[in-house]
Design a protein. Structure first.
Length: 350
């Protein structure tokens, strides 16, 4: 992957993302004034706000730990700090690109810059993605059944997005399962899709099939290694579960910071899981706009109506906007440092 290409795409995505955020903030502050948010924030218990920020920090750190677990098992002696860099890069680009499509390519690019073998990078990212999908399905399914009445009564027509999100996540998880255990079924499906595309005279069918089959082969190699190292999967599952529970607990810490104590943390985690599964199927960068709208509906029975808008803004600022800024700055620093290092190496070699 060319450095100029991926950086250019990230810059364009950043510009589009900023425009989208400005539009969303315009509508947010038509209902809740920024002054109200500041006043409520000033009255909040900053200790719980800090816990929420820590949850988000450890979310990224644990993602880096998952990458380290897999890379170390493949013989790469790599520090957690470098794996944290990959997690930071993935978080930022996933946040500003539709359907989080830019996350793994950025992480892959950063790994390549650190001279990690391509096959090892692919295995680490595939494992992280597969385990995350699996854990999310489990949590989302539990949340779906325990919060079913809440979904039906509070979301209105948005409830169909929950069904769609759950269906798509199960579909993706099933595809990963088939790649791991029944690769030939996936190849057969790709051939059928290729025949259908040929009937519609799609010119790039052959090229598309080759790309997909190469990807399947890469994932299949990853799966073979993972099947012989089940402890790696188990470690990643535990790490990912902690990671997701932490980030889903952030609304609860905001709730505590505003002086409320009546609702359990379990209720907040399941509610946030429903929100996550609802927005996961939508092709918006960081689910900006729709996440705020769904939050206002799902949490209206958990927060006092007078503080709901402010609670939503504080929560989204902690679990998204603040860390988009933070990871964006860190990623820029990492890239500049890498470029300076390369420039010095070129000077020395002359």
């Amino acid at each position: 992957m060319k450095a100029n290409s991926i950086i250019k795409k990230s810059l364009l995505s950043s510009i589009f993302f900023v425009i989208l955020v400005v539009i969303v903030f315009y509508f947010i502050f038509k209902e809740t004034t920024f002054k109200d948010v500041i006043l409520i924030f000033q009255k909040s218990n900053k200790t719980f706000i800090f816990f929420g920020i820590l949850c988000m920090f450890f979310y990224n750190l644990l993602e880096g730990l998952n990458i380290k677990i897999v890379l170390n098992s493949l013989g790469n002696k790599i520090k957690l700090s470098k794996c944290y860099k990959y997690a930071v890069g993935a978080f930022f680009t996933a946040s500003i690109t539709p359907s989080s499509s830019g996350g793994d390519p950025m992480a892959f690019y950063l790994m390549t810059k650190d001279k990690i073998p391509v096959s090892h990078s692919a295995i680490a990212l595939f494992t992280k993605l597969m385990v995350y999908q699996f854990v999310m399905i489990i949590l989302a399914s539990i949340s779906f059944f325990t919060s079913y009445n809440q979904i039906i009564t509070t979301l209105g027509n948005f409830k169909y997005l929950v069904f769609l999100g759950l269906f798509l996540n199960i579909l993706v998880c099933t595809l990963y399962f088939l790649i791991v255990f029944f690769k030939q079924i996936i190849i057969f499906i790709v051939e059928i899709i290729g025949k259908v595309l040929n009937k519609f005279h799609y010119k790039k069918t052959s090229e598309l099939q080759k790309k997909i089959n190469l990807q399947i082969e890469e994932y299949s190699k990853s799966a073979t290694i993972l099947k012989t190292n089940k402890k790696i999967i188990l470690k990643c599952i535990v790490t990912t579960l902690i990671q997701i529970v932490l980030v889903f607990s952030i609304p609860y810490f905001v709730y505590l910071s505003l002086g409320y104590h009546d609702t359990s943390i379990f209720k907040f985690i399941t509610t946030q899981a429903v929100l996550n599964i609802t927005v996961s199927s939508l092709p918006f960068p960081g689910a900006v706009g729709i996440s705020e709208a769904i939050f206002m509906k799902l949490y209206k029975n958990l927060f006092n109506p007078n503080v709901l808008g402010s609670a939503m803004f504080i929560t989204r600022f902690i679990n998204f906007y603040l860390f988009v800024i933070y990871t964006g700055i860190l990623l820029a620093i990492f890239i500049i440092k890498d470029n300076l290092k390369k420039a010095k190496e070129r000077v020395k070699s002359v």
